[in-house]
Write a protein that binds this ligand. Structure first.
Ligand code: F6R
Length: 240
């Protein structure tokens, strides 16, 4: 795993955006795996600026997001579909028909998950996957557990994740307790992965990502066995 330590959040955002821009320039019809949460917001702003300045185009790019709350409608203002539209898709020249977010209202989440993974495969697989880190080490919504899933699936959220994400909702009681998320296999099959981390709250996970052990109790440690991962963090996340 390569580690890039940036001075602050802005530098981290720029570094992440540059890797995405390189990928898109090298292959204008690439497949991006995208994340939500507060961490990538600055990176999405940089990409929007690059797109508006004519430096890159997303017109032939396809995207697959990691996860969506369940059950939650795509037009709910806390849904991850809404987040992506608002923070990126509405601001760049991507064809919305080529943007994919797991269906938070799927009647049969298992079938939806299978179809989602098959669609990724049919698109040629993910060229570049963006990840954030849960303070508990989750990646996407693969929470610390004895066993993890390979494919896209319905999962329960831990109390610590519900607590962490309650900052976006009116109250903790409003946070959905479940989500549909890509599994570890779907993430690991990406050709390249960038992990963004900002702030002291991510420090413990970053420490665990640097030794020689892996554990499903800190899913981010599994990334050590992927051949092309770049962790881009700011000083607060790296030094604690
Ligand atoms: C979001 C996702 C989550 C977040 C993680 C960090 O699509 O899959 O794993 O990346 O919870 O969230 P923030 O960036 O808000 O700290």
């Amino acid at each position: 795993m390569k580690i890039i330590v940036c001075e602050n959040y802005e530098e981290m955002s720029k570094a992440g955006a540059e890797i995405i821009a390189e990928t898109v320039k090298a292959n204008p019809s690439c497949v991006l795996g995208l994340a939500t949460g507060s961490t990538p917001v600055g990176m999405y702003k940089c990409l929007t600026e690059m797109n508006k300045a004519g430096e890159i185009t997303f017109k032939d790019v396809t995207s697959y997001n990691l996860d969506e709350y369940y059950p939650l409608a795509p037009d709910h203002d806390q849904s991850y579909r809404y987040f992506m539209n608002h923070n990126l898709f509405d601001n760049i020249d991507i064809d919305k028909a080529n943007t994919n977010v797991p269906d938070g209202l799927a009647e049969d989440p298992a079938a939806m998950g299978k179809a989602y993974d098959e669609a990724i495969k049919a698109a040629g697989g993910i060229d570049l996957q963006v990840l954030g880190l849960g303070p508990n080490g989750h990646i996407a919504f693969n929470e610390p557990e004895d066993e993890l899933y390979v494919g896209t699936h319905l999962t329960g959220l831990t109390d610590s994740t519900i607590e962490a994400n309650s900052r976006f909702f009116a109250s903790k009681a409003d946070v959905p307790t479940q989500a549909v998320t890509m599994g570890i296999g779907s993430i690991m099959q990406a050709k390249k992965i960038i992990v963004l981390a900002s702030g002291k709250g991510k420090h413990d996970v970053i420490v665990k990502m640097q030794d020689d052990r892996i554990t499903t109790q800190c899913p981010a440690t599994l990334l050590k066995v992927h051949p092309d991962v770049v962790l881009i963090c700011d000083k607060d996340a790296y030094n604690g």
